[in-house]
Write a protein that binds this ligand. Structure first.
Ligand SMILES: [Cu+2]
Length: 465
């Protein structure tokens, strides 16, 4: 990793176990849970070092864990006490379109001082998260995110359910959020806003107590603006059981590294050591060395060993016959070291120099940024195949709203039984065909989740009618 400092390691020592508040009990009489975005302080650096001024949901980084049972209704009253407009997007949920939280597409941004009621059913069990979809590149980087856990209809037999949100912050030496670089073209046109400080659940190098010999369900989410986290799982002897909320039976095996792109999630079943006070470290691959970002420490007498439960599949619609599918081309262009000469922006063709002056650096099919017309319109129930070509020198994390998609072809080779994901990581130069049944009516974003890329042009939308 480029800029992670030595201090990170020392800061890791001495942090104690911490649990996140859950809002399950805190409901108003009308069933709404309050979620308030405001300025707050967070101890991102080690204890004793300065606190950081952040923006947070209900004063916490991350915000409260929202838990709901599969098929049940989640009602959240969002209050905006930020100095700017905001929304809440429920990432990965196959949601009612009006509740998707995209400013300017599915709702007006909620002005400062106002509130908005989100009210929806979560059809799929799994690990999801929430964050703003308005100036996301700034609001997420300032600390606005939280986990959304949809529990299986029948509780699964794990000894511990442990949601961990990993974030990559860009901080000054005093621990302040680095503000001068917000929106910097250097970040927009390269890898995005990479940070220099990693936290897990808002703490640097936390230690989590886990039951000795217990079976732990780790729910990992990447809340970084742009950093792809490459998790090393070999030392944990863990098994991937879900990706982006959806259970997987044949997890991708790429050595022992799990690439977690911005916004992606992975659930890992981990068997804790059978001796008390033993530790397992969650390692992230760095440039020249690996970094322990969190520690699991066994505590208490050994619990009886239990069988690992299988995750029940979610009711995803099946893919209809592909020969009848709507075929969509999506060529990704631009960025530093790219070949893009010009692109259309706000209806006008601009040469690359003019684009950059307008804060843009990327394009889909020669068009930079969201337009009046969608990339494509699909009929409800129609299978859509999107042929995504990454004609840039950078990786991208392509996020589909309201749907999960399946890779059917990679670099010209057919792929069988790929996992269903809401975000696909594409390495430079890669070509990926994804397919999905367009079953969810409405207007849906399709964008890169490296947030500076999204802000600089890598954003479009599609409509299901
Ligand atoms: Cu990107």
């Amino acid at each position: 990793m480029t800029q992670l400092t030595r201090r990170h390691f020392t800061a890791a020592l001495g942090a104690s176990a911490l649990t996140l508040p859950s809002l399950r009990a805190a409901r108003a009489s009308d069933g709404f849970v309050a979620l308030r975005a405001s300025a707050a302080k967070a101890q991102l650096l080690a204890t004793g070092e300065p606190q950081t001024d952040v923006w947070a949901y209900s004063k916490g980084v991350p915000g409260p864990i929202l838990r709901v049972r599969q098929g049940e209704r989640l009602k959240v009253r969002f209050f905006n006490d930020l100095p700017q407009a905001s929304t809440v997007h429920w990432h990965g949920i196959r949601i009612d379109n009006a509740m998707d939280g995209v400013a300017g597409l599915t709702q007006d941004a909620v002005p400062a001082g106002k509130s908005f009621d989100y009210d929806f059913v979560a059809p799929d069990a799994g690990t999801y998260w929430y964050h703003p979809h308005s100036r996301t590149w700034e609001q997420l980087a300032r600390g606005l995110y939280g986990m959304l856990i949809v529990e299986e209809r029948e509780p699964l037999d794990f000894d511990l359910d442990l949601p961990l949100v990993i974030d990559d912050w860009r901080l000054t030496e005093q621990g302040a959020i680095h503000e001068p670089s917000f929106g910097a073209m250097m970040d927009k046109s390269h890898a995005g806003r990479l940070g220099n400080w990693v936290t897990v659940n808002g703490t640097s190098g936390p230690i989590f107590k886990v039951p000795t010999n217990g079976l732990v369900r780790l729910r990992l989410a990447n809340a970084s603006n742009a950093r792809v986290l490459r998790l090393k799982t070999a030392n944990m002897n863990g098994q991937i059981i879900a990706l982006d909320g959806q259970p997987v039976s044949n997890p991708p095996n790429d050595g022992d590294v799990v690439a977690l792109a911005p916004s992606q999630r992975v659930d890992i079943a981990v068997r804790a050591p059978s001796e008390p006070n033993s530790t397992l470290e969650l390692m992230v691959q760095g440039g020249d060395r690996d970094i322990a970002v969190a520690t699991l420490q066994t505590s208490g007498p050994a619990v009886e060993k239990r069988e690992q439960p299988a995750l029940p599949l979610n009711p995803l619609p099946a893919l209809a016959r592909l020969p009848d599918a709507l075929q969509v081309e999506l060529r990704m262009e631009g960025g530093a070291m790219g070949t893009m000469q010009e692109a259309k922006f706000n209806g006008k063709v601009l040469a690359i120099r003019e684009l950059v002056r307008a804060g843009q650096a990327w394009a889909f099919n020669g068009v930079s940024g969201r337009t009046e017309d969608p990339l494509f319109r699909a009929r409800r129930g129609q299978t859509v195949v999107v042929n995504m070509v990454n004609d840039t020198a950078w990786p991208h994390a392509m996020h589909f709203h309201g749907h999960h998609v399946q890779v059917i072809e990679k670099n010209g080779k057919p792929v069988q039984n790929a996992p269903w994901r809401d975000t696909e990581l594409m390495e430079r130069g890669e070509k990926i065909k994804v397919a999905f049944p367009a079953e969810n009516v409405g207007k849906w974003m399709l964008h890169c989740h490296m947030l500076e890329h999204q802000a600089a042009g890598m954003a479009t939308w599609f409509e299901v009618a």
